[in-house]
Design a protein around this ligand. Structure first.
Ligand SMILES: C[S@@+](CC[C@H](N)C(=O)[O-])C[C@H]1O[C@@H](n2cnc3c(N)ncnc32)[C@H](O)[C@@H]1O
Length: 238
């Protein structure tokens, strides 16, 4: 069965779970998601020389991780098409006194409101899988990245080695959706959508190829936590 990724459905689904999104994320990933975002930032090593963009930023954790790493030396933009998620990101930015450096903007990842070649790093964490047209999302990220800059994709994947493959597969398909629905009841079956969308999304070499087709080179990937997530980084040719 094909997963429905129409913009309206995805926006409504994240709008409904936005108030509980952060808590659920940390709980269902046993807090490892925080480490994955820090790892993403370290992998691309931004400096203070040009702005950074995090698309599908949701509640802004990766954008704020970039801000922490660069100590506010360059502007960081977080974009998302779900206003409820962005509102939480903005509130976090204010709490951290990061609002002068981190700006949250409502925008579709398939049509970014930025000129070409602007950002030293363009990232997406657990977002590309939700974008209706993966290739268009990657093309836009590449377009706005400056030559020599890095495009990073952090996404869920499925472990390939036993016994993790079997254990995690069972947790992900059978326990997580029930736990998610129980703790963050919503009429959009958001936590059924999660395993379904992950199973249909390209991973490993398949995603590397899609990133190369978008114009990136030297694309590398690193499975994290036994392959529960994978970090991909590509470079835009100079
Ligand atoms: C699973 S959340 C990830 C949020 C955040 N990046 C994180 O690491 O927690 C996916 C986000 O992608 C956003 N999203 C999905 N499709 C989008 C699109 N086409 N344009 C902009 N945002 C999109 C959703 O609104 C949601 O906030």
């Amino acid at each position: 069965m094909t997963v429905d990724k129409s913009g309206q459905r995805i926006r409504r689904m994240f709008g409904a779970i936005a108030p509980k999104y952060d808590r659920m994320n940390h709980l269902l990933s046993f807090n490892v998601d925080r480490y994955w975002r820090r790892r993403t930032v370290r992998a691309v090593q931004p400096d203070g020389t040009a702005p950074i963009l995090d698309v599908c930023t949701g509640t802004g954790d990766l954008a704020l991780a970039f801000w922490r790493y660069t100590r506010g030396a360059c502007p960081v933009f977080g974009t998302d098409f779900c206003p409820e998620m962005l509102a939480i990101g903005r509130a976090k930015g204010r709490r951290l006194r990061a609002e002068d450096c981190v700006e949250f903007i409502e925008a579709d990842a398939q049509q970014l409101p930025f000129e070409a070649n602007m950002f030293q790093v363009v990232s997406v964490a657990f977002g590309l899988r939700n974008v209706a047209d993966t290739d268009q999302g990657l093309a836009e990220m590449t377009r706005v990245c400056r030559p020599g800059g890095r495009v990073a994709v952090l996404e869920f994947s499925m472990p390939r080695r036993q016994p993790m493959k079997m254990l995690y597969g069972f947790y992900f398909r059978h326990i997580l959706p029930r736990l998610g629905q129980w703790l963050a009841a919503n009429e959009h079956s958001a936590y059924d959508y999660l395993p379904a969308s992950v199973s249909q999304f390209p991973e490993g070499e398949a995603l590397v190829q899609r990133m190369q087709q978008a114009g990136l080179h030297d694309v590398r990937y690193d499975p994290l936590a036994f392959g529960i997530a994978t970090l991909y980084v590509g470079i835009k040719p100079s």
